[in-house]
Write a protein that binds this ligand. Sequence first.
Ligand code: GTP
Ligand code: MG
Length: 135
Amino acid sequence: SERTLVLVKPDGVRRGVVGDVISRLERKGLAVVAMELRTLSRETAEDHYAEHRERPFFGELVDFITGGPLVALVAEGPRAIEAFRALAGATDPVKAAPGTIRGDHALEIGENVVHGSDSPESAAREIKLFFPELG
Ligand code: GTP
Ligand code: MG
């Protein structure tokens, strides 16, 4: 079994789709093993998205992700990382297939409702950043 870090980003919280995201991942067979509503500091946001530091949209990304409360959770199950990325759909919500979270709930790349870790290394790093108590 594997763990992945999922964020329902501030746009998702604002639009009231937290329950839908949790419902979809539970229906798929993943289990929520930690969860918290919180507003990120700029420092945590910059840390979380460190791989994008040099990208032209980095400032916008940090403004957006710190702009309101988000829900951070750890989901667990077989191939949880890949499984949640499949539920989320493509990064660009216009290209995301209908039936996926982004395909059903979003229109703009900068406001795409959810985050999911993209590799075992990212998952370990991100889970430690958000839930250090999980070890
Ligand atoms: P995350 O799960 O949030 O990490 O998304 P991802 O893994 O599908 O995409 P990636 O890590 O490549 O990009 C991180 C986030 O940056 C995306 O979710 C987008 O919200 C944002 N992003 C990516 N490309 C662009 C862009 O061209 N413009 C803007 N404004 N945001 C972008
Ligand atoms: Mg990513």
